[in-house]
Ligand binder design. Structure first.
Ligand code: 13P
Length: 258
């Protein structure tokens, strides 16, 4: 990963105890039957057990944040090496909930992304506009700038993933229109290409924000959408399994929206 197959990433956020791993086993069985790459980003406490739970399947396991250093006096933080040691293959960097709650900025996200790659992880770098920025009609300018500031140029040839998550859509049961998502993803692709050249053409672009089994196929049919990042609908195994079936690439005709 990244891969040319479409990618579904579950983000459990601060949810999940050992008892929830039984559902993940069922998810892994379905993941092996659909034409998709599937990953689940879990709390750090579950990475190692989730890795063992899905062992033998194609499911990847990820973390949700990392420190940019390798080790040191940073109480409560986790390095890329630690995540890899626990069994993670990827990590979310710059999720809007961390930006909002801990004041993470684009420069810090870029440093984290570089640390993830240096440590052997695929970073899922998150960008997205706030409601105020959307209301001011600044969505495309904001996410273009975020890509420029969050994706270090030396990562142009590295395995990275970019996720567009409009902050106002996360966890609210609302999503942008399909035209808005298409325009945002075209902007992300354009930003990557203009700054980092053709090498970035292969970077998967995920959409996140209230994606569920009911809307995933329409979102996934958009040209510059290579997958989705799913919060709430990834928590319950049967919901996530329904989403995987609905997202199965073999069932989706692709739509170009200009
Ligand atoms: P929801 O799917 O719950 O809106 O969360 C999206 C998200 O933040 C995934 O990282």
């Amino acid at each position: 990963m990244p891969t040319s197959r479409r990618l579904i990433v579950g983000n459990w956020k601060m949810h999940g105890l050992q008892a929830d791993l039984a559902g993940a086993k069922a998810v892994a069985e379905v993941a092996d039957t659909v034409d998709l790459e599937v990953a689940i980003c879990v709390p750090a406490t579950l990475i190692e057990r989730m890795r063992r739970t899905v062992d033998g399947s194609t499911v990847s396991v990820g973390g949700q944040d990392l420190h940019s250093g390798v080790s040191g006096p940073f109480t409560g933080d986790i390095s890329a090496a630690m995540l890899v040691d626990a069994g993670a293959g990827m990590v979310i960097a710059g999720h809007s909930e961390r930006r909002a709650a801990y004041g993470e900025n684009d420069a810090q996200v870029a440093v984290k992304a570089r640390a993830a790659v240096g440590g052997g992880l695929v970073p899922i770098i998150c960008v997205g506009e706030t409601a105020a920025e959307r209301d001011a009609d600044r969505t495309l300018a904001v996410i273009h700038r975020q890509v420029v500031d969050c994706v270090p140029s030396d990562l142009a040839s590295a395995a990275i993933i970019l996720a567009y998550e409009p902050v106002w859509a996360i966890g609210h049961g609302v999503t942008p229109s399909l035209d808005e998502i298409a325009a945002a993803h075209a902007t992300l692709r354009g930003a990557l290409n203009s700054i980092h050249g053709d090498l970035c053409r292969s970077v998967p672009l995920l959409f996140g924000g209230s994606v569920d089994a009911g809307n995933v196929s329409k979102v996934m049919a958009l040209r510059d959408v290579n997958g989705v990042l799913v919060g709430g609908a990834s928590l319950d195994a049967s919901n996530f399994i329904s989403l995987l079936h609905a997202a199965d690439t073999r069932r989706i005709a692709h739509v170009d929206r200009e």
